[in-house]
Each structure stands twice: as C-alpha cells, then as structure tokens.
Ligand binder design. Structure first.
Ligand SMILES: [Zn+2]
Length: 394
C-alpha cells in the first residue's frame, strides 16, 4: 500500500565538504532572484517618496535581504543563519530533526511540508534503526520554478538544504525522492579518499527501498528504477574501477550496483538472514554518520560484524581498480524480475525470489553480532571476484 501526505496530515563537500544530490544534474539551483528584485524595487519607491530614514532603509535593507538570500542559497550550509531561524522540531527515534524555512513564500502550506518531512524522515529512521545523530538540521529555501534540489553537509553535524520551487504542488512532494536521498546521506560516514561513488551509490540504492519499506512507493517501483538505472553504472570504454571513474553514471548507478550486489550476496550467503541493512544499522549505531571520517575498510569490518560475511571487503577488492561489467540479465533472472514495457513482473519461483522480497520488507533492528576477525579468518580472500555469480571475468 502506498501512503500519501493525506494519511499523515490528519493526526556533501565531504570530509568537511558536501554531497551533491544532483542525480539529475539539470535541476535548477538558482535562488529566487525575482523575489529579491521585487523587494529592492519596493524600497526604491519609498526612497523616492520621502524621508531620510526611508532613504537609509532603502540602502541597508535590500543589501541585508540580498545578503540573506545568498547566505541561505550559497555554496555552504549556513549553520549560523540557520540557528537564528524559527524551527520545527520533529522527534524521531533517538534524535530530533530541526526544520527551518529561509525567507520566501511557497505555494504549499508549511504544515504540509512538515508532514512530508516527517514521513520522509521516518522512512530513513526505520531503515537505519534510528536517527544517525541526536540532532540533524534541515533548511528549506524557497526558489523560483517547480523543482526540488538538495545538498547535504557534514561540517558541524549533518545538515541538509533543500531548494523548494515556489510552484511545487502537494502531488509533486508525494512523488519526490530528493529529501529521502539527502537524509540517507546523514547515516553514512565520509569515506576517506573522496570515494563519492560510495556516498551517492548508497543513497541511490537505499532511497527507494526505505520509501517502499515505509509504504511510500510500491515495491515494483524500487525494481523498475534499478532495472532502468543500473545500466548507466556499467563501465564504458576507457573507464577504470569505481575508485578511478568519477563520472555521473559510475558515481550514482555504478555505486548503486555495488550496494545491490552486496545486499543480494550477503543474503545469498546467509540464507537470507542478513543483508546490507544490518551492516548499515550497526554502522549508524557505532557512530558512522556524514560528520565522521572512516576508511572503507572500517565500514567493511562493521559489515562483517553485522552479517558474519566479508562480502563488502571482497566486492570492494573486486571492483575498486578494475572495470568489470555486471551480468544484470543474470541478476534479474535470479531475483525473479522482468519488464513488460514499463511494468515490472515478478517470478516467485526464481532462485532468489525470497531475497528480493526481503529487501523491500520492513526490517527489525538486529542485535546479533559476529567476531569480525574470526569472520575474516574463515573467508581467506584469494580471488574475490570469483565468489560473485554476476561479475564477468575479464
Ligand atoms: Zn546525493
């Protein structure tokens, strides 16, 4: 069942930088210049009419207004300016999401935006098992147009800025993916070496799953997006491994492909008892969030403790330096997924049909842990790629 806003209304430069959400790089990030222009024009009229005080205001206020707009919509998250804005505090599991609106009007009432925020945040919290940090910040900045665009920062605690188009409708919000994508970034550490494919790949993979687990989108939509999107992540001529190919396709969809294979393979090796979500829940519970800097090895070790497998480590060794094509046809066959036009069809007799079903099912927080050193000893890595059925040998 798909939930809508109506159901709830009644009751990164990483390493001190940010993660850009621009899976669609054509989205408009321009601040609302028209509103700024009208404000300046208004004060110009007052100046013409009159007094010295108004003349002074005409100079100072537009400058302050323009400055405020550039602060809220500029390249960095405005932590100090955010602190001065009125906030709505949304209590979530083990934390509070502080929400503020920068000056400017929107077609959608703020009450509806807060309701959308709450249910989007609840989807991410349910996936991770908790809010990644005790306090997270979310700033809405009204802009011209009808799009949603987001950026997440980790300088002084996780903080997301969402540029909301003035013309957005309630229906637009109900189908939007950007906010959940940005909030997923909060729960993954800043990986040493600027491996942006890990951050964007994880957010691209987890976002629709978190929404489906919360009932915000149909399960079919999760798999439709992956079937359509993942081919963009295959290596092209001249590409290196994931670490060495910072293109849009490899960063977002190559990264998403990495985490899908990791998830499926963990489930295949554990008879569907564990998955990527267990690894992420332990990582988040252990302090892994966008404001913390971790090596990928540290995250892999956490995944080994949570799942009893070394899938993350092996898969990273396999794909980091070498461009390897993934057998997506075989992967969809094993999961029991096919397309008839734009419609997704499921085959419940497929080899890994239960893995497919479990990935999008609501997931309890697991407390079972493994000894990662012992797990590693049991899984001596000689030829990491050979352990994955869907990775083509070169
Ligand atoms: Zn992103």
């Amino acid at each position: 069942m798909v939930r809508t806003l109506g159901d709830v209304l009644d009751p990164v430069v990483l390493n001190n930088g940010f993660v850009d959400s621009a899976a669609n790089p054509t989205q408009n990030q321009e601040p609302d210049l028209r509103a700024r222009f009208l404000l300046q024009k208004h004060f110009f009229v007052k100046c013409f009419l009159g007094t010295a005080v108004l003349a002074l205001l005409a100079v100072i206020v537009p400058l302050r207004s323009a400055s405020a707009q550039s602060v809220y919509g500029g390249p960095y998250f405005p932590y100090d300016a955010f602190s001065e804005l009125p906030k709505t505090r949304i209590a979530l599991r083990q934390g509070v999401l502080e929400v503020a609106f920068a000056p400017g009007s929107l077609r959608i009432p703020r009450k509806e935006i807060i309701a959308w925020t709450r249910i989007s945040a609840e989807a991410v919290v349910a996936y991770y098992g908790r809010l990644p940090t005790p306090i997270a910040r979310l700033l809405y900045v009204p802009v011209s147009g009808g799009r949603v665009n987001g950026t997440t920062y980790g300088f002084r605690g996780p903080a997301t800025r969402i540029l909301l188009g003035r013309n957005l409708t309630r229906a637009d919000l109900e189908t939007d993916w950007v906010l959940v994508h940005e909030l997923v970034h909060h729960g993954f550490p800043s990986i040493v070496g600027r491996r942006n494919w890990t951050h964007e790949g994880l957010a691209t993979y987890v976002e629709p799953i978190a929404r489906a687990q919360m009932g915000l989108i149909p399960v079919e939509e999760v798999w439709r997006q992956l079937v359509v999107g993942l081919p963009h992540g295959q290596p092209r001529s001249g590409d290196s491994g994931l670490d060495g190919t910072p293109t849009w396709g490899r960063t977002y969809w190559g990264g998403a492909m990495f985490f899908l294979i990791a998830d499926v393979e963990i489930r295949r090796r554990t008879n569907n008892r564990k998955g990527l979500q267990d690894a992420l829940q332990l990582s988040v519970a252990s302090g892994g969030n966008i404001s913390e800097e971790w090596t990928f090895d540290r995250f892999s070790a956490m995944a080994a403790r949570a799942t009893g497998t070394v899938v993350l480590e092996q898969l990273y060794d396999c794909l980091k330096d070498t461009p390897r094509t993934i057998d997506l046809t075989g992967l969809w066959r094993d999961l029991g997924i096919s397309m008839a036009g734009r419609q997704v069809r499921f085959n419940d007799d497929a080899l890994l049909a239960n893995v497919r079903k479990t990935i999008t099912r609501p997931h309890p927080v697991s407390s079972e842990l493994f000894n990662s050193a012992a797990v590693k000893r049991r899984n001596v890595i000689t030829s990491p790629c050979s352990t994955f059925p869907w990775i083509h040998r070169r």
